[in-house]
Write a protein that binds this ligand. Structure first.
Ligand SMILES: C[C@H](O)[C@H](O)[C@H]1CNc2nc(N)[nH]c(=O)c2N1
Ligand SMILES: N[C@@H](Cc1ccccc1)C(=O)O
Ligand SMILES: [Fe+2]
Length: 300
């Protein structure tokens, strides 16, 4: 199995290994299971609390307004792992989304089918106490603390649904690798320029203690203005901090991606060279150039 970080999928890697979603037998055709909320142990709720409190101290002034507002209105607190039924009730009223429990990574087409129907698949398990900063598959802390607040935002809620529909299409076109990079550099590792400063909206950052500091840091990472084709061509690393983050002017820019037909773009970028995360192109609008001293290593 490939290494997996405290963030979502690793499609490039999994495609390479010819894996659908690990070698687990599907528990049901859509891969959903019962969250089994009653079965969490005191120690598991304790891991949630440790992570929740650590992130909650860090995120003011770092997370974007939409994230902060979403979190404020959700039944989520330090004391216990949230119950997906309660989260879904609140989400359903606000944006029509639901959270469904899955055992870990699910096959791409299954994942897209859920998103296209406004169901967000969340891992029901929680990392072990010795894995606080690093684990191989998305757990309930990453999926719920990282992703669910943004699903309370109307623009973002529509964006992820459109991504799911686009995923089903890309699956047939064989362009999943390019599409997945859009998810990676927005939903997982996106930054947005707010009037009062640069902010996090990506779940892979918001759920990571070390990366929520690193990504906004003045030192190492490059920050480049978001450009769709540029992002589609750019590889990413799954086992360490990102060397580049793409920055939106505002979340409404995502609406534009819902409307654009990706098919001709896929065709066009096939003839262009792939880019590595550390590359900077003459046409890039570089907002911040890293020092080049890459002090990565996701494990703090
Ligand atoms: C390309 C696609 O976004 C990605 O590979 C999918 C696959 N399966 C997944 N399954 C789960 N549970 N969570 C995820 O984020 C993903 N990501
Ligand atoms: N508009 C894209 C789908 C998409 C929407 C939102 C985000 C990413 C992709 C397509 O035509 O395939
Ligand atoms: Fe994720």
């Amino acid at each position: 199995m490939s290494t997996y970080t405290d963030s979502a999928a690793a499609p490039d890697e999994r495609v390479k290994h010819g894996l659908a979603a690990g070698d687990v037998v599907p528990p049901s055709p859509d891969w959903t299971i019962d969250q089994g909320w009653e079965n969490y142990t005191a120690e598991e709720h304790g891991v949630w609390k440790t992570l929740y409190e650590r992130q909650t101290k860090l995120l003011p002034g770092r997370a974007c307004d939409a994230y902060v507002e979403g979190m404020r209105d959700l039944p989520m607190g330090p004391d216990e792992i949230p119950d997906f039924r309660k989260l879904s009730e609140t989400l359903m009223r606000k944006t029509g989304w639901q959270i469904v429990a899955v055992p870990g990574l699910v096959p791409d087409d299954v994942f897209f089918e859920h998103l296209a129907n406004r169901r967000f698949p969340a891992g029901n398990f929680i990392r072990k106490p010795h894995e606080l900063d690093y684990l191989e598959e998305p757990d309930v802390f990453h999926d719920v603390f990282g992703h669910v607040p943004m699903l309370m935002n109307k623009v973002f809620a529509d964006y992820i649904q459109a991504y799911g529909a686009g995923g089903l299409r890309a699956h047939k076109l064989g362009t999943l690798k390019n599409l997945a990079r859009v998810y990676w550099y927005t939903v997982e590792f996106g930054l947005v320029q707010q009037a009062d400063g640069l902010r996090i909206y990506g779940a892979g950052i918001a759920s990571s203690y070390t990366e929520s500091i690193f990504s906004l840091d003045d030192a190492s990472p490059n920050r480049i203005r978001f450009d769709l084709e540029r992002v589609m061509r750019t590889n990413y690393r799954i086992d360490d901090f990102q060397e580049v983050y793409f920055v939106l002017n505002n979340l409404d820019e995502l609406l534009e991606l819902d409307r654009i037909d990706f098919a001709p773009l896929y065709a066009r970028i096939q003839s262009q060279p792939e880019l590595q995360p550390g590359d900077i192109l003459p046409v890039d609008e570089v907002l911040h150039r890293g020092t080049g001293v890459y002090h990565g290593a996701k494990q703090a």
